[in-house]
Design a binder for this molecule. Structure first.
Ligand code: RFL
Ligand code: PHB
Length: 393
């Protein structure tokens, strides 16, 4: 098999890159370890920045998103029960975000690719990268018991945090900077109406909570839990009681509860691997960096990388601008580190790290300041809706 760009991973990064290249006549083959159904069963992010929406449209996969996604013009913080709204229209120069699940984004990209005849090999086992520091890189994999070799010009490592791409880089060629947090998020999905018309991020003495949503009859909620907790420790009734204790009283009183249709616990992490390139391998999305979900940045950061990588590859293939290959990592990392900072800050401000009442008072004072000063409101709003993409000259 032969292609111009071998893409490892059919998550949002890989699928989006595949579509964008395809529409410019650049051939790409996507290799995915799991089945399409498995990829679609993962419930993850729910908030799209404007840049992500625009890229979905550019990839000709934005029609259903525009019809069914919900534009949000603000978000609320609950500070020990006191609700403060951040108005994006006012503080982020009219920009907004869209509530549309990652599952739907992935679904739309998969259907667009299938309709246009793009090749995705699902259940590709034992994917291995070879000769990545030469101008003839290769990828091998096993499909239905047979070993297949894929020759290519470039490899896009879009295979998430546990993928094979980053692991194929020799030790010492990349540096990883990371933070772990001493808690996780217990999340549930329920067929109930949202708690409020916009998202609520809550700091409470009992711990963090988030009221999110997908559609008028599908909601997503999270509470901070100790890392040792198991799903079995959290029957639905206990989850709803804990959520209600952490959010504003007027919201808790009108909250409609119901059986959970999904329940999972995710640990929180920050990490960045630098540089995001080794030879002809380019990392994008979770393969290169992880953010805690508190700023809703994970998926959006992945699409930001894809935007830059796509524009670099386009100029390489169409104008022979191979000099730009050296710029990819630097351009991507500018934005990555700012989103890492925002996600870390949101996590630090909103979660309970200890029983120290002084530390909690300091958090409350900082949140009070940020949600009442023009500078603070602008800071949160600009970062939440997403910082601008770097230009590829
Ligand atoms: P993905 O979505 O992880 O996709 C990578 C794909 O690569 C495949 N793969 C391989 N394929 C071939 N060979 C191998 N050796 C492979 N190894 C892996 C995987 O099966 C997968 O299909 O990465 P991508 O495309 O970069 O997208 C990034 C986003 O998915 C991610 O940033 C967000 O979902 C992060 N995230 C969240 N972000 C938010 O903004 N809000 C959230 O609420 C939120 N919740 C989450 C999350 C990430 C989670 N993970 C990764 C555990 C909840 C969870 C549980
Ligand atoms: C979600 O809806 O799953 C979601 C929304 C905002 C976040 C994290 C998760 O910050």
């Amino acid at each position: 098999m032969k292609t111009q760009v071998a893409i490892i991973g059919a998550g949002p990064s890989g699928l989006l890159l595949g579509q964008l290249l395809h529409h410019q006549g650049i051939d790409a083959v996507i290799l995915e370890r799991r089945s399409a159904d498995y990829v679609l069963s993962r419930i993850r992010a729910g908030v799209l920045e404007q840049g992500t929406m625009e890229l979905m449209r550019e990839a000709k996969a934005g029609e259903r998103m525009d019809a069914e996604g919900h534009i949000h013009e603000g978000v609320s913080f609950s500070i020990n029960g006191l609700q403060r709204r951040i108005d994006f229209k006012k503080y982020a120069k009219g920009k907004t975000v869209m509530v549309y699940g990652q599952t739907e984004v992935t679904h739309d990209l998969m259907s667009a690719r299938a309709k246009e005849g793009g090749v995705t090999v699902y259940e590709a086992e034992n994917v291995q990268l070879h000769d990545i520091y030469t101008d003839k890189p290769r990828v091998t994999f096993t499909k239905d018991g047979k070993t297949v070799e894929l020759e290519c010009e470039y490899i896009a490592g879009c295979d998430g945090s546990h993928g094979v791409s980053r692991q194929s880089v020799p030790k010492g060629a990349m540096t990883t900077y990371e933070r772990t947090y001493p808690f996780g998020w217990l999340g549930i999905m329920s067929r109930t109406p949202p708690a409020d018309h916009e998202l609520i991020y809550a700091n409470h003495a009992r711990g963090f909570a988030l009221c999110s949503q997908r559609t008028p009859m599908l909601s997503r909620f999270y509470v901070q839990v100790p890392l040792e907790d198991k799903i079995e420790d959290w029957p639905d009734a206990r989850f709803w009681d804990e959520l209600k204790a952490r959010i504003p009283q007027h919201t808790a009183e009108k909250l409609v509860t119901g059986p959970s249709i999904e329940k999972s616990i995710a640990p929180l992490h920050s990490s960045v691997s630098e540089p995001m390139r080794y030879g002809r391998l380019f990392l994008a999305g979770d393969a290169a960096h992880i953010v805690p979900p508190t700023g809703a940045k994970g998926l959006n950061l992945a699409t930001g990388d894809v935007s830059i990588l796509f524009r670099v590859l386009l100029k390489v293939f169409k104008e022979n601008r191979t000099d730009l290959l050296d710029k990819y990592s630097e351009l991507a990392l500018h934005r990555v580190w700012k989103a890492e900072r925002f996600s870390w800050w949101m996590t630090s401000m909103l979660h309970k790290f200890s029983d120290d009442p002084f530390a909690h008072r300091i958090q409350l004072a900082e949140l009070d300041y940020y949600t009442t000063s023009e500078a603070g409101l602008t800071n949160i709003a600009e970062n939440y809706v997403g910082l601008p993409y770097e230009n590829v000259e």
